[in-house]
Design a protein around this ligand. Structure first.
Ligand code: SAH
Length: 440
């Protein structure tokens, strides 16, 4: 593969990575007064009117408004990913990240007998950088893929970010509202691959698909629950009656439908976050993979059903009070992989979560780094390569807190011969990243 151009500068501190304390609902901290700022004020006014008229809302509803309100949501208006924004993500740190993910898809495509066509479906593509890096790998392996019909399908709600994606991937040559498609935009990649944009995974046409969700599930709205002496209560967001234009957390006076549905009888934690929207999307992915084949790769920070309060905000690479100036900061919560696994309802097999540094090591990041170091002449590029490697792999940075998790058809993990001939010697190819990478 080509040598790494000195393309992406690196940020010293990993902003969005710090598992900040969030605002503990047990202590019900007050939000802070708003400083002036037009977008934030408009959204706060809208929320204030709503809260005064109909009472407190769930954290999920608040998060949905703050992130994706059509006029004033954070992703709709700002979506500040990258060095000059609010948080940085792995694909923005190093192109090696996307290249190894591209190889993961190729390896799965080979392992499942090189189907004649596949769709790459990315959920929440941000600036389009990850898909761009994957497409470069596909282009470099074009002789291998020459007989395969590849198309790209991006699920994105933010008009602002979809514009940036179009620029990154097609140079801006796109057609909005194509009449013949369920897509809201379409174009052709710089390497000649058709690209379609949708608002919902349900709009993506059926077919053998490789799905990708990098830092997507952590942006979906969560419900929060607190155990009290009187039982489980839902954490809600309300307007502070004492201080104008200030939001605060309150607890529901009694249990809510959500507490009844989402808290398991065997729960031992005293604070729980649940993301039902993530559950619905995982169910849809699992159904699609069960029916049409393919795979899904989910990469995010998260836990396996053990963490409690992880809700936090980021603005200008610093932790930000989640109740302050909604719409101006990224809001996020750790992904509960045990919940995602449960929501596949056994329709697919799952692998992981495993730590990012293990996944990337299994994918051959060390070898790739060596090749890039050998190919790069100047000291600045050398240093940048080593820095970005450290950001992705260091357990104190992104190496340990980010995880990889995969959904695969059951038959991918069971040898077809084994049912009839348990003594069969030919092994099934291991799933790259979760095991050794074998490209044959
Ligand atoms: N994957 C990218 C961006 C992560 S930020 C990266 O790693 O750099 C989250 C992305 O999800 C943004 O593109 C945001 O606009 C999108 N997003 C958030 N909520 C969404 C929703 N409900 N449906 C579709 N996209 C959503």
């Amino acid at each position: 593969m080509a040598a790494l151009p000195a393309r992406r500068a690196l940020l010293a501190a990993a902003r969005r990575l710090r598992p900040g304390p969030g605002s503990l609902p047990g202590s019900l901290p007050a939000g802070r007064r708003l400083r002036s700022g037009s977008g934030a004020e408009a959204l706060l006014r809208h929320l204030g009117r709503k809260l005064r008229a109909t009472g407190p809302v769930t954290v999920a509803e608040y998060m949905r408004e703050a992130l994706t309100n059509p006029g004033q949501g954070y992703y709709t208006r700002r979506g500040g990913i990258g060095e000059s924004g609010d948080f940085i993500t792995s694909p923005e740190i190093s192109q090696v990240f996307g290249e190894l993910i591209g190889i993961w898809y190729i390896s799965e495509w080979i392992a499942t007998g090189k189907p004649k066509a596949f769709q790459l479906v990315e959920l929440g593509p941000g600036r389009g950088t990850l898909t761009d890096d994957i497409l470069r790998v596909f282009n470099q392996l074009s002789s291998l893929l020459s007989k395969c019909d590849v198309s790209i399908h991006l699920v994105e709600v933010s008009p602002k970010l979809s514009e940036i994606q179009a620029l990154t991937l097609t140079g801006g040559k796109v057609q909005s509202n194509p009449e013949d498609e369920s897509a809201y935009m379409k174009g052709v990649s710089k390497t000649g691959i058709p690209i379609f944009w949708y608002r919902d995974i349900q709009d993506v046409p059926p077919g053998y698909s490789f799905h990708l969700a990098h830092e997507f599930f952590d942006a979906l709205p969560i419900h929060k629950f607190q155990k009290t002496e009187r039982g489980w209560r839902e954490v809600l967001v309300d307007i502070d009656p004492e201080v104008p234009d200030q939001l605060r957390f309150v607890l529901s006076p009694s249990s809510t439908p959500a507490t009844e549905n989402f808290i398991q009888p065997e729960e031992t934690r005293d604070h729980v976050e649940v993301c039902p929207e993530a559950g619905v999307i995982i169910q849809r992915l699992a159904c699609r993979i069960e029916k049409d084949g393919g795979a899904a790769l989910v990469a995010d920070y998260g836990h396996d059903g053990t963490k409690t309060d992880t809700f936090r905000g980021f603005r200008n690479h610093k932790l930000h009070d989640v109740l302050k100036a909604p719409g101006t900061a990224d809001l996020t919560a750790d992904v509960d992989f045990s919940y995602l696994r449960k929501m596949t309802q056994g329709r697919t097999a799952t692998l992981g979560p495993i730590k990012q540094r293990e996944f990337l090591k299994n994918m051959g990041i060390d070898l790739r780094l060596q090749v890039l170091l050998q190919n790069s002449g100047d000291a600045a590029t050398h240093e940048q390569l080593l820095h970005s490697y450290d950001m992705l792999m260091n357990p104190e940075k992104m190496g340990d807190c980010f995880n990889f998790f995969a959904l695969l058809p059951h038959h991918r993990l069971v040898h077809p011969d084994k049912k009839q001939k348990p003594e069969s010697k030919s092994p099934i190819p291991p799933v790259a990243g979760f095991g050794e990478l074998l490209l044959k």
